[in-house]
Design a protein around this ligand. Sequence first.
Ligand code: ADP
Ligand code: MG
Ligand code: ZN
Length: 604
Amino acid sequence: MGILWGILIVLFLNGLIFPLFNPRRITATDYGTFISYVDSGRVKEVMIKNGQIYFSAADADGKAATYQTGEIDDPGLVGRLLAAESPNESGKIVFTRIVPQENSPILNFILMWVLPGLIFYMLWRQASRSIQARMGSGGNFLSFGSSGAKIYADSDVKTTFADVAGQDEAKEALTEIVDFLHSPSKYAEIGASLPKGALLVGPPGTGKTLIARAVAGEAKVPFFAMSGSEFVQMFVGMGAAKVRDLFKQAGEKAPCIIFIDEIDAIGKRRDTAIGGNDEREQTLNQLLTEMDGFDGRKGVVILAATNRPESLDKALLRPGRFDRRIQMELPDLEGRKAILKVHLAKVKHESVDLSIVAQATAGSSGAELANIVNEAALRAVRQGRRKVTTADLEESVETVMAGAQKKNKVLSGEEKRIVAYHEIGHALVAAMQTASAPVHKITIIPRTSGALGYTMQVDEGEQVLLSRENLFNRIATLTGGRSAEELVFGSITTGASNDIEQATKLARAMVTRFGMSEKYDMMGLETVNNAYLGGDNALTCSSETAAEIDNEVLRIVREAHEKARGILSEHRALLDEAAAFLLERETITGEEFMRIVRKYESVG
Ligand code: ADP
Ligand code: MG
Ligand code: ZN
């Protein structure tokens, strides 16, 4: 670049140099004066250059001066100059014409054609590079079919199946893929081609990303990982270019694994109704094309993960693409124990009883369990200990589920009494019913989540099937808090809002999804979308039925509420004693609570 500018500047300057040299001493004059100077024999020297005549002549007083005049087409000039006299020693005028130097044809060609082209190319390169840098996307502006992005393969993945606890079915399904990546030739010999792609499906935090890495680690092959959202670019066509690049680079490194995390970002069903997202659809089309295009026997396996499988385009799921579907479910009791063990191995601990923690964390994902272990380790450090104990883990379970303890007292004495009765109400209703989980802990220490206290019930085993009685008893337990308030204080508070929400949800599910109402028998009245992401329900019935459902839900909740009130008024003395005990201790264990219960039972 520097050299080019240098040439340009010299070119421009050349034209300027001559007139710049001695502009003052040249006097402009007309052609007639020039001729009269010649004829009068006063001209010494004449030089013609660039259509200008420069001449020096002696003045009347003998001094020499330089003049300039325009050249005129005058054929007689040479004869006139030759014939004229001059003050020169030779008596003749010295005259000459300076012919401007012509560049060589090659130089001319370079200057006129090559140089401008080169300059424009460089300017364009510069511009597109700076635009790219500003976009920060790694994509190439005005791309010629390539994203220009270097996709880095992790060729030394350390994660193995040992890091993934539980999920045995998923591991089993993936073992075949690992074997295939180890020795693709074994499969090629028979003529078998393995599934090109496997789709990992499950709720967030169940280890989908983790297990994909583990496959690469087990097979010891390069791991190309990209998130679906990385393909969705600002400019149409760039995502597609990125897909192309990814597959090209992966093909060069085969055997290897391509992992597309959160594939729903590009794999969403294409809809024809309203103009879709062009960029996303092009990217998806490119992905489909690439998956068809590459040779399944070469040893490239594509893994993808999503927690919204129902939103994926059908074309992605057909044989030859992601035809294998690997389900990653929330861990069961044994799974939770195993996951806790894996993560506990990373921190120092002593005599930890995992079964209690595993029981208390029903419904938690692997990620949440990992978080619980880490919170426990933090708590141990905070308290200046060197090892994690069971108490740390139990406390961190509660922290993760209900928020941290609020240390500064915000409750007045009366409020505290209400909360104590409320919680004992829950616990007592639970204890007096068969088939409800035993009470594990009751506390009236407020939590940052807003809970003023809570009753923790822990199932010993894993309950997969819930009977109608189970669900009804659960609703009764949820109404137990409010029932105690009514019974003891004759007034009600806002403290039951969460209970109300949960009880209503349960009762509604009984009617609309579990076929547990007499009125609607086994009719499905609701569908669940997005099951892995909390699930939003959509009614599938007429509006009259919807109103009827509300009545039915109300009937169930009311019945449960009455049952709870009945239980509590029957055991009023027990309620009082337990509440007083809780008020004094603030936190009591399930065992302490049951001791009071048993005392009354043996009497009554
Ligand atoms: P997903 O991709 O399914 O949302 P991740 O694979 O990102 O979940 O999991 C997040 C973290 O949770 C992991 O890094 C790991 O620490 C922990 N985890 C999840 N499942 C497991 C498991 N089965 N075994 C061990 N750790 C797990
Ligand atoms: Mg993930
Ligand atoms: Zn409550």
